[in-house]
Design a protein around this ligand. Structure first.
Ligand code: PRX
Length: 694
């Protein structure tokens, strides 16, 4: 199954950075001093760190990597054996067909095995003697507000909720929608679903009620779990009102949700002030605590669904990415361990929300499967001031800190003093995810936050991949600021040209993956055809990531960002079609075209061109209304930076909008508009330019 061509290729690429003496040491940076030319400078791991690292050298990595692609079955079986399986998988550990030309795309790992991810994350760790170890620290929005649960206590909480869910009729395979902020109840709810074989679909609590409707109508949950409200900085957000509206508006399957379990988040809102629908709504604190603290596990097939997580694509309808149990379990656990060089005494903090894939794989499942102590934080990084993250790091003695480039950039702007007034001496490994990290932000993270002591794992992956795909392994090799470095074990990246031909050596192109890995998505919920069309048809024989990528002369991978209709705002994926469809739903908006612009903090921002219904004037009031329409239909994080009134949009004679031109106008590259000869009416362009600062 393994591609030996690929291996030879990796080997020849790898020889450069891994082979002694081949790196130009004259420009190497030890401890991250700012170099003259950023991109090719290397940051070497600290020798002390490497000595103790799980993968201590490039040679060790190559040895493991080779084995992982030559004998994936053997490689992954060994890791899988660390976990408890009620029934072992058959020897042919995985089967796959990634080639649409050969029939349906089908990926299976550990087929025939029976297990349970909740059992492996909790019971197994308790049985192994970690029952009194802290599993979960919780830091509230207000400094001084906190809580913790040991593995034993977490297990009890999960069991009570699992029993409750069973009691109200949730069965294996049923969906449960979870709309919760970063309270302990969020991972508890995920684990409780997993325990009874229910399929959770966590919806990020920043999504609007309309987005929630879309997701509820698609996965048809038996139960929705939420809380009455949450404090985020100085704001109080009434989540239950959003759920109420969503349930009232979910028409396609209105019968299915007759139960809304609501956690009373007293510090945000009292139950007396919470709107209530009798017979449908129940307080978590009242109904769950009466259930026993032990709950029999539902053993599920390795390929039974674990969760659905919606993500944006190129149409207005989000894609329900479906992950199954066995492969995801092994993959999230092992990637976590190696990419962060996890050790049992670590205190791990990932700032992502469980509403995104990062929160699934690297707040909840991956770390807990390793018996790690995790920290979750309810609030925002700039409350009460921009030093809060480092205050939390010192308070809990965080050793591994994993975050997003957007957060790094926003804190960098506030000034070093917010960082340096805290010790941060517990920190050992740093990580980033969600978008390419610019070298300047990388260096600030490395030098200022990490005191030039901590390697940074710049992890490239996606909702679809379930876990890390291209990532440094701390201590194993020199890093280049802004490069995600090399593939994780078992991952075979290829860069292809427009025609789908693999390009070898130093190059740029489309990033694809050859052969499957255990954490790969298995389908899109209810739409296997869209799954094949999106991921496997663009370049037959490969999984297509949707990202552009280049590989440098040393074999390092550099992700350049999305090449499809997806905009990455602060690491959140937003489809241009989603925003356009929200804008067009406004009665005064006739047409909309959305493009990405560069944004200093968010990475990318949304720039919307709108054509109005005939006779409607564009003014400040309408601009605000259009923005709030997007907030209401998707969520605040998708609000456009700019609404540009376009009396006409630039279109080809066949009516296709020329986004290439819109991108130039949005980024104010007005001298470089490019060829406009294909336009039906070129006079549209000067008109649009004249309205730039309208
Ligand atoms: O464009 C890539 C970018 O985020 C996309 C995946 O988004 P999502 O499914 O929401 O998952 C985010 C968290 C895994 C990718 O297609 N991306 C993610 N990590 C990186 C990145 N781009 C560059 N470098 C990264 N480390």
């Amino acid at each position: 199954v393994a591609s030996h061509d690929h291996l030879r290729h990796m080997d020849s690429m790898a020889q450069l950075p891994f082979g002694a003496g081949k790196i130009s040491h004259h420009n190497a940076v030890i401890l991250g001093e700012a170099p003259a030319s950023e991109e090719n400078d290397l940051v070497f791991p600290n020798a002390e760190f490497s000595k103790k690292a799980l993968v201590s050298s490039p040679e060790k990595y190559m040895e493991m990597y080779k084995r992982s692609v030559v004998d994936p079955a053997g490689f992954w079986s060994e890791f899988a054996s660390e976990f408890y399986w009620k029934k072992k998988w058959v020897r042919e550990v995985f089967s796959e067909n990634l080639d649409v030309r050969k029939g349906n795309v089908k990926i299976e790992w550990f087929k025939g095995g029976k297990t349970n991810i909740c059992h492996n994350a909790l019971d197994r760790n308790v049985e192994a003697g970690s029952g009194d170890k802290v599993a979960l620290y919780w830091e509230g929005n207000e400094p001084g507000q906190d809580g913790k649960l040991t593995y034993k206590e977490l297990l009890k909480n999960v069991c009570q909720l699992a029993n409750y869910l069973r009691h109200v009729g949730v069965r294996k395979g049923d969906a449960v929608v979870i709309y919760l902020p970063m309270l302990m109840q969020l991972p508890i709810a995920m684990l409780a679903c997993a325990r009874i074989g229910a399929v959770h679909s966590v919806v990020f609590a920043g999504f609007s009620s309309d987005s929630l409707v879309q997701r509820i109508e698609d996965c048809k949950p038996k139960v929705v779990i939420t809380c009455n409200a949450v404090c985020r900085g100085s704001k109080v957000i009434h989540l239950k009102d959003i759920v109420d509206n969503a349930l009232a508006d979910s028409t396609k399957n209105v019968d299915s949700v007759d139960l809304c379990l609501t956690y009373e988040n007293k510090s945000a809102l009292s139950r007396e002030e919470t709107k209530w629908t009798k017979g449908r709504d129940f307080w978590w604190q009242d109904v769950v605590s009466v259930f026993p603290t032990e709950c029999q596990v539902e053993w599920v097939d390795a390929e039974d669904p674990l969760f659905i997580l919606y993500t944006s694509g190129s149409t207005a309808k989000p894609k329900g990415v479906l992950h199954t149990t066995g492969g995801y379990m092994v993959y999230s656990a092992i990637t976590f361990r190696y990419a962060f060089d996890y050790k049992p005494l670590d205190i791990y903090w990932c700032t992502a929300d469980c509403g995104w894939i990062t929160g699934h794989s690297y707040v909840a499942y991956g770390p807990l499967l390793n018996g790690a102590t995790i920290l979750i934080y309810e609030g925002v990084p700039n409350y009460p001031d921009a030093g809060r993250s480092w205050d939390i790091v010192d308070k809990y003695k965080v050793t591994i800190f994993y975050t997003a480039p957007t957060l790094i950039r926003s804190l960098m702007r506030e000034g070093d003093q917010y960082v340096t007034r805290y010790s941060r001496k517990s920190l050992r490994v740093l990580g980033t995810v969600g978008e390419p990290i610019n070298p300047t932000a990388w260096r600030w993270f490395f030098n200022v936050v990490g005191n030039a002591q901590c390697p940074i794992s710049d992890t490239w992956w996606q909702t679809e991949t379930g876990g890390f795909m291209i990532t440094p392994l701390p201590g194993a090799w020199p890093q280049k600021p802004g490069s995600a470095t090399f593939p994780f074990f078992g991952v075979q990246p290829v860069i292809v040209d427009e025609k789908g031909n693999e390009i070898i050596g130093e190059c740029s192109g489309y990033l694809c993956i050859k052969t499957s890995w255990p954490g790969a998505l298995r389908t899109l919920h209810g739409d296997h055809e869209r799954y094949e069309t999106t991921y496997f048809k663009p370049f037959p024989g490969y999984y297509f990531s949707g990202d552009g990528c280049s590989r440098d002369k040393d074999g390092y991978y550099w992700i350049t960002g999305r090449v499809d209709d997806v905009i990455n705002v602060s690491g959140h994926r937003i489809g241009t079609a989603e925003v356009e469809s929200a804008l067009i739903s406004h009665p005064k908006c006739a047409e909309a075209a959305v493009v990405a612009i560069e944004h200093e903090v968010k990475g990318q921002g949304i720039y919307a061109f709108v054509t109005l219904v005939k006779g409607v004037p564009f003014n400040e009031e309408l601009r605000k209304e259009l923005i709030s329409t997007v907030r209401n239909q998707i969520g605040s994080f998708a609000a456009p930076e700019k609404i540009h009134w376009a009396p006409e949009l630039p279109k080809t004679r066949s009516g296709k909008i020329m986004r290439r031109i819109l991108r130039k106008i949005a980024s104010k590259q007005l001298d470089d508009i490019g060829d406009t000869s294909a336009l039906a009416d070129p006079s549209v362009i000067p008109q649009l330019i004249a309205l730039c600062d309208h």
